[in-house]
Design a protein around this ligand. Sequence first.
Ligand code: SF4
Length: 491
Amino acid sequence: MLTKSDFLKFIQCPKYLWLAKFRKDLAGEIDAGTQKMFDDGAEVEKYAYELFTDGVMAGGNNDFKTDISKTKELLAGGAKTIFQPTFSNFNTNLYCRCDIIKLSEDNESWDIYEVKSSTQPKDIHFYDLAFQKICLEKEGLKVGKAYLILVNNQYVRNGDIEPEKLLKIEDVNNEVEEKSEEVKEEIVEALKILELKEEPSVTILKQCKNPYECSYISHCWEGIPEESIYDVASGLSEKQLAILLDMGIINLTDIPEGFVKNEKFIKHIELVKNGQREIQKAEIESELASLEYPLYFIDYETFGGAVPLFDGLRPYENIPFQYSLHVIEAPNAEAKHYEFLEKEYKDPTKDLYESLNNIVGEKGTFISWNMSFEKSCNTGIASRNPEYKEFFEGMNERMFDLMMIFKNGYVADKGFKASASLKKVLPVMVPHLSYKELNIQEGGTASVSWFTLTDEKVDKEEREHLYQDMLKYCELDTLAMVEIWKRLSDL
Ligand code: SF4
């Protein structure tokens, strides 16, 4: 049986479908970001149902056979709108659960509504709806139009969530129609994959993280060399990658001269070939000369989901609930550490402001990594809270982005893998500092952890452990900046 979610895996990569069907044991764990996307989707779907006052639920019976018979019952009983209708056709081997179907105004056909937590339509959504349309037609239902229900990122929460403002409905019938023939052919191919006894072999191009991160990366990427053509894949088209693979080239250093055009990647290949670190001391010195004491090394952890949690927030707006701050008052002074983490489930802005305002003086430079993120958080706080506007806008005026030294290539090392992210730069610049020992190792997990931390239903001891883990993670982000800044200064 080919389900809708199987089919979408097949569209991403035929091997993904086969592995998900027959080798679940090889799948890696779902990362926090992907899990959050699923949770957001479920929450948005709940609000989407409120747009249809005459809707009746067919799914959610924990048993697909009951879902199918309930759907049949509702169709026969004259329901006008059905939530989670489920169809399975043994002749065609297709199985599909829609989000919502609604009888059109002339009572002649069924319109299909697919709920997504994204703010814009994506190609994969059209494949999704085209698959549903085929399933309904196989069931003998006449299909009217296809719609997407998406999140409206202009919505600002004020009191209870208003689903009709949070969500927007887009007619994507033409796009879905355009995919229909292709989807019919792809279904035939996908069913063939399910017949295979052996894992199919596919060429790894760019499909492993697009449109979703595949959970078989550790399985499929085993054996790919440390320095491979995939290190520069974002600077190459699928066609170029395929050409290299056809030529039998997998090692980064075997890429023919002139093949890669992107400056950043040309540099990376050069670094791998000559193995030397490159340092532009004059540029670094001139950048660091602009810093004014005290130095405030700052990092935020934030949440931001499809459904805004508090008044004044828009969907996906990032709200800081935690900061770590290392302060160096004067040259040669030791760094002092300060931190804040909101423990209650409430808008953390006021507490965060009061905590920061107690420490920060009117002079000095704020140093962050990828400052556009911290600055956008500050701008958001300032626009929602005029009383804190001066403070947060003032912070932004005094912000310095330490990452730019690496992004501009003033320090270049093959170990950065052509990236300027802190997670790539730190192990090269300060090998003894590592995220590997921490229970929380990346920002996505820290973000999701805030919901557990502030949930009073969760065991107190578990929350206390989590609190400590979250503090340690954020502290390392600013300590890492301090240590990198010291090494740059020593140069
Ligand atoms: S990791 Fe890549 S090649 Fe492997 S199944 Fe997933 S998408 Fe396909």
